[in-house]
Design a binder for this molecule. Structure first.
Ligand code: PMV
Length: 322
């Protein structure tokens, strides 16, 4: 029986979330935390999907629908594969993910990208990154409503990227960024609702919105230079400034602020929320000698803290048999 396995990384947005939906660039990086999808060919329909880590299961008909709302983004990606001419063979898909869902770490994009990579590998078809990005975006549209595409691009291309909505990846760094401390607040939230709320409040103050987007663009230039030079101190400083802007547009929360201040007090050079906010996760950078203290400070307030390295490669099939 034919079998394939694909993986896709998690991501964090380092700079520019929300503003990227409204016209600025963003910088994001893939992380060494993965979704893995195995696809085992079956003799006949239905397609079966199961994720023990996400607690989800569904059996579809040939029309690729099922009753699990959480799996709908994934099914939308699979339907997009089919409508682009890829053969979707009947298969049993097993999804395992180390990425907490709805935590701002790109779980939905990672699951969609790994699934598309596994299914195309199973059917013996090549899918390039452009099409993998497009089908992942179909899932993201269902998951988030109005995605900029930065999550999908980061998990598909890997590395550290500068991204602009409607244009794509403008620049990239293969070299690893990191280590980055990531702490999940434990508060799940909807990216789509946060995005809509920010669009609405920014549109109510158009002149200010344009000034803020201009500021974020300058921040992105400075951050890219700091990333290329490996200047951790500048990076931390710019992360603090970016967080101030995210607070200003109303997406921080007391839980996130508590994590950020704990990290900074313990010696982090900078910390910010990452992703849509209203819950989700924070990231921090620290010098090696301060790292242990930062992790301890965050661990006393969060049950999910990781020190993660950047991941240079994006979604890909890693096993195909035969
Ligand atoms: O929290 P996440 O991983 O869904 O990140 C969303 C990033 C936003 O800029 C808020 C939305 C987007 O589509 O870019």
């Amino acid at each position: 029986m034919k079998y394939s396995r694909a993986i896709a990384p998690a991501k964090v947005i380092l700079f520019g979330e929300h503003f990227v939906v409204n016209g600025s660039r963003a910088i994001a990086t893939a992380l060494d935390l993965f979704t893995s999808v195995t696809a085992a060919e079956k003799a006949s329909w239905p397609l079966e999907l199961e994720s023990a880590s996400l607690g989800l299961k569904c059996v579809t008909g040939p029309e690729l629908a099922c009753s699990s709302r959480e799996l709908e983004p994934l099914l939308s990606t699979i339907r997009a594969l089919r409508s682009r001419g890829y053969d979707v063979p009947p298969a049993r898909l097993t999804i395992e993910s180390d990425i907490p869902p709805s935590a701002g770490l790109g779980s939905s994009a990672s699951v969609s990208a790994a699934t598309a990579a596994a299914l195309t590998a199973l059917a013996g078809q090549d899918i390039g990154p452009e099409e993998l990005f497009e089908v992942t975006m179909e899932g993201e549209r269902v998951a988030h409503g109005n995605p900029s595409g930065v999550d999908a691009a980061t998990v598909v291309y890997g590395g550290t990227i500068v991204f602009r909505r409607g244009v794509g990846v403008l620049d990239s760094l293969d070299s690893r960024v990191g280590p980055i401390v990531v702490a999940y607040s434990g508060v799940r939230r909807s990216t789509g609702a946060a995005v809509l709320s920010v669009i609405k409040s920014l549109n109510a103050v158009r002149e200010l919105r344009d000034l803020m987007i201009g500021l974020v663009e300058r921040l992105i230039d400075a951050a890219w230079e700091a990333l290329r030079d490996g200047s951790l101190e500048t990076l931390g400083n710019l992360m603090n400034i970016n967080h101030g802007l995210l607070s200003a547009i109303g997406v921080s929360t007391p839980e996130l602020e508590e994590l950020l201040y704990a990290a900074r007090r313990a010696g982090a050079l900078g910390a910010k929320l990452t992703g849509a906010g209203w819950g989700g996760s924070v990231i921090a950078v620290a010098r090696p000698d301060a790292m242990k203290g930062v992790v301890e400070a965050l661990s006393s307030r969060s049950s999910w803290v990781r020190v993660l390295e950047g991941e240079a490669r994006g979604a890909r099939a890693i096993e195909t048999n035969p």
